[in-house]
Design a protein around this ligand. Structure first.
Ligand code: NG1
Ligand code: ZN
Length: 543
């Protein structure tokens, strides 16, 4: 393979001196810097496939980043993120200078004792960015340079690609590895679920979707016919005019705490926004006074876990359910889940892989980041128990109904990764079954006002954290400063951490009022600026 790799890599040369890191979301930067990275990730995916003797996925996307950016992420055999060791290999391979590439490749092959005559199979997908076509071709070139087989799924959402990989590696037990198969599985389950919402009016079946001008919009269009009018979607920001993620999409809505541009919002109507690769979703509505209300990942986790807990009780199934959050979870949600709902709550570091991992430790693990990335994991044993109960003919009607609902809930969920489309269908089904309006869902608990800010520093690695990122251990004095600032406000909490996807330090604050949350976030930003090597002008107060 040496000569083929040499020849092909010459067509995807690395700019000398460029160093990039495989972070929480893979590689992500301006698309112009990524051609060699894509080729090399094609190589790495092929090695990973040979090593695991399974199909590996490669997704070309930069999610909620601006259109000019792009990125790449590897998907492991069961649809999960690759292991830390292989993230390390990704970084090594990406940063090897042109003349050292073969040696870097050889190093991985030796360390992992990879049998190079083993067959390899790689699934490739891409989002709608203008750079994605040529970049995904570079991935395919990498696969073929090592003699691997590839299947190009073309335009798919990130969770769709994860789903395909999982289907393929479970011999289709998880579903059929096609986009059609995906729609069929999810929509059938959705339609079965909504049969339990017999008095749902056409009005209640209506949902406004902001597609972030990205792949999610295309895929919602594609899926619509499978929904058999059980859900009426008004799609905005479908990519026909607007720019990807610009003033729209889940990240914009969550961070700005305001509606996206380009949509029509009627008072009291349910709206949701996807992000640029459709692995995140947030809901929102405007009340009769025009006031905007956001229902983020925490509210979604609460709705889903409440629904599941009720069904488990009705079904008489003894399964342990937990909710996994990060430090960004609103304090009110954690209190509600622990004190009122009495479910186990776990807090992990930011980044899907940490949440996913923690959720796997329970019979049923509901995990969501506040930004709307999340899903539900069912252990094999839990799935089997649900299955057996649903097939049991000697149980009463209430238990039977609950068991069937649980079974269809399992099927509507994409367990491989957070999935805006699958989450949307689940949420819509739950609201329909419970006959719940978005206002009633919103009223389950009240969010503490909060604010997220960014601070630019010369080297964000000076900040080290502990306790699932809730406390800073360095630089010296920073945590003490935060502690004393927090004491100035009621019901307040604040933490800082270096971003894994942007060259900034993120500041989060929550408090009893929005003014307090804003003021605290600003105070803490100043502390970061002064103690952690801030660059540019001092952070300015929000008001
Ligand atoms: P960073 O940049 O590390 O904060 C962001 C999100 C994560 C996760 C990743 C991957 C926040 C505060 N952070 O990470 O939750 O989604 O991007 O996309 O939302
Ligand atoms: Zn995303």
């Amino acid at each position: 393979y040496d000569s083929e790799v040499s020849k092909q890599s010459g067509l995807h040369p690395k700019p000398a001196g460029l160093v990039l890191q495989y972070g929480t979301a893979g590689f992500r930067t301006n698309a112009k810097q990524l051609d060699h990275i894509m080729f090399r990730m094609g190589l790495l995916a092929t090695l990973r496939s040979k090593k695991t003797k399974a199909t590996i996925g490669v997704m070309v996307t930069a999610s909620h980043n601006p259109e000019e950016d792009n990125g790449v992420k590897l998907v492991d055999p069961m649809g999960e993120m690759v292991t830390p060791t292989w993230e390390g290999y990704a970084t090594q391979l990406a940063n090897a200078e042109q003349e050292d590439l073969l040696a870097a490749l050889q190093d991985i092959i030796k360390k992992e004792a990879i049998n190079m005559s083993q067959e390899a199979n790689v699934f490739v997908g891409k989002d709608t960015r203008s750079s994605s076509a040529s970049l995904s071709q570079a991935v395919l070139d990498g696969v073929s340079a090592l003699g691997g087989h590839s299947k190009d799924y073309g335009l798919v959402t990130t969770p769709q690609l994860h789903y395909m990989v999982c289907c393929q590696n479970t011999q289709c037990k998880y579903g059929e590895a096609t986009v059609e198969g995906y729609y069929k599985k999810l929509c059938q389950a959705f339609i079965q679920l909504t049969k339990n919402a017999s008095n749902c009016t056409d009005d209640q079946k209506h949902l406004t979707v902001d597609g972030a001008n990205g792949i999610g919009a295309l895929k919602v269009r594609e899926m619509e016919s499978h929904l058999k009018r059980e859900l009426h979607i008004s799609l905005f920001n479908d990519g026909s005019k607007g720019k990807l993620n610009h003033q729209c999409g889940a990240d914009f809505v969550k961070v700005q705490q305001k509606p996206p541009t380009g949509i029509k919002m009627n008072p009291g109507e349910r709206c949701c926004s996807f992000d640029g690769d459709a692995d995140r979703i947030v809901y929102y509505y405007a009340d009769s006074e025009g006031q905007f209300h956001l229902l983020d990942g925490d509210k979604i986790a609460t709705l889903i876990s409440t629904f599941l807990k009720e069904l488990l009780t009705q079904a008489g199934l003894d399964l342990e359910i937990a909710v996994v959050q990060t430090a960004y979870a609103n304090g009110s949600s954690t209190n509600y889940l622990e004190d009122t709902m009495k479910v186990i709550v776990r807090c992990t570091k930011t980044g899907v892989k940490h949440l996913h991992h923690a959720a796997q430790e329970f019979d049923i693990g509901v995990y969501f980041e506040a930004n709307g990335h999340g899903t539900v994991l069912f252990s094999k044993a839990a799935e089997e128990k649900i299955q057996r109960l649903a097939e049991n003919s000697s149980i009463n009607d209430e238990r039977k109904r609950a068991a069937l609902l649980l079974q269809n809930t399992v099927n509507v969920i994409n367990q491989t990764v957070g999935d805006a489309i699958s989450d949307m269908l689940l949420i819509e089904a739950i609201l329909a079954i419970k006959g719940m309006t978005i206002q009633q869902w919103d009223a389950i608990y009240s969010d503490l006002p909060n604010r997220q800010l960014k601070v630019k520093v010369s080297d964000r690695r000076v900040i080290d954290t502990t306790d699932a990122e809730r406390r800073a251990v360095s630089p010296a004095g920073l945590q003490e400063a935060i502690d004393s600032l927090v004491k100035n406000y009621r019901e307040a909490r604040s933490f800082v951490r270096p971003s894994g996807t942007e060259d900034v330090v993120r500041v989060y604050a929550e408090a009893e009022t929005q003014e307090s949350a804003d003021a605290l976030a600003h105070d803490v930003s100043l502390a970061v600026y002064r103690l952690a090597g801030g660059v540019g002008g001092e952070p300015k107060p929000l008001h």
